[in-house]
Design a protein around this ligand. Structure first.
Ligand code: AKG
Ligand code: FE2
Length: 311
């Protein structure tokens, strides 16, 4: 396979232009025998062979180590190399045998700032005026028959139990406008640099007795990858007739080059008329709700959605 070929050739500098989804690109110079180059090429080869190799998180030091380029493998759409590197040259002879690249072979990325692994969130109380919130509750109670069961992108059994209302134009517009207005404050509070705003999605969800949403993130598939922030606005009838339903936001750790949930987490109380913001890549879950009356009107309601980065 390729290593034999490579060992015969003296390693040389290869200028690699990395083409990412959304028209982004970056040029780096790598030694021809570096495992990172191998890994980049393998991601493309995997794609053409329909084999799973999509979850690699690349972290490439650039600007002489002053910055780092990070991206999930699924964003990689092409490489321009100078001198040319032909993909077949790096493929195993048996295409069916995946090339194992031990994690230790991959050049260590610049140590991540510890902060990056500690999840942060912002929760803001009294998000809507009392009048708006009461109008929203009335509206939702009239829409009970339009709620449908939720599904997840993987359709995994017993992963998520709740109901959703997809269309509620009377309130989604109000919500999106309020979110746009408050976003600069949220970014400041979380110490996150501003970014080019893309679409803001909104759905209306309800959790009743025994409902939950197990551990997941909101940006792990190609069509959700541009989700940057998740927001959840909580509302319920007073007096509150459910318990549980806390949102747990997990810290991250890096394992084999990608983010996974650590054991530590923050607990967010689903406080009536509050909104919470956190990065969509964080792993999170909704604990089981107990709603003894099982009445629709007593549910834990949310308007939740995602703030995307513009491409
Ligand atoms: O309801 C919540 O607290 C979070 C919901 C959630 O994680 C989602 O809809 O993706
Ligand atoms: Fe979520």
């Amino acid at each position: 396979m390729n290593t034999t070929i490579q060992q015969q050739i003296k390693p040389q500098d290869v200028k690699v232009k990395i083409l990412l989804t959304g028209g982004h690109q970056c040029t780096v110079t790598l030694k021809s025998d570096t495992p990172l180059l191998h890994s980049l090429v393998k991601t493309l080869v995997d794609r053409t062979q329909q084999t799973p190799g999509f979850s690699t998180l690349f972290q490439i030091p650039i600007d002489g180590g002053r910055s780092a380029l990070s991206f999930p493998g699924e964003n990689l759409v092409g490489l321009v190399t100078e001198p040319p590197i032909y993909l077949q040259q790096l493929q195993p002879q048996q295409p069916a045998t995946p090339v194992e690249i031990p994690a230790t072979e991959i050049p260590a990325p610049a140590p991540p700032v510890n902060d990056d692994l500690i999840s942060r969130y912002a929760q803001i109380d009294n998000f809507l005026t009392p009048a708006e919130k009461n109008k929203l509750i009335k509206y939702v109670l009239a829409k009970e028959s339009e709620f449908v069961s939720t599904s997840t992108s993987t359709n995994a059994e017993d992963y998520r139990r709740s109901m959703v209302l997809h269309s509620f134009p009377e309130f989604s517009e109000l919500m999106v406008n309020r979110i746009k207005a408050i976003l600069p404050d949220v970014l400041k509070k979380l110490n996150i640099p501003s970014f080019l705003l893309g679409e803001i999605e909104a759905q209306l969800t309800m959790h009743n007795d025994n409902n939950f949403y197990k551990l997941h993130n909101d940006s792990g598939s190609p069509d959700t990858a541009s989700r940057f922030f998740t927001y959840v606005y909580y509302f319920n009838r007073e007096p509150k007739a459910f318990s549980g339903g806390e949102l747990l936001i997990y810290d991250s750790k890096i394992e084999n080059n990608f983010y996974v949930a650590d054991e530590t987490f923050r607990t967010v109380e689903p406080r009536n008329n509050s909104i919470v913001f956190f990065l969509s890549r964080y792993m999170h879950e909704v604990l089981r709700v107990s709603c003894p009356s099982k009445a629709f009107a007593d549910s834990r309601f949310t308007i939740n959605g995602w703030v995307r980065k513009a491409n």
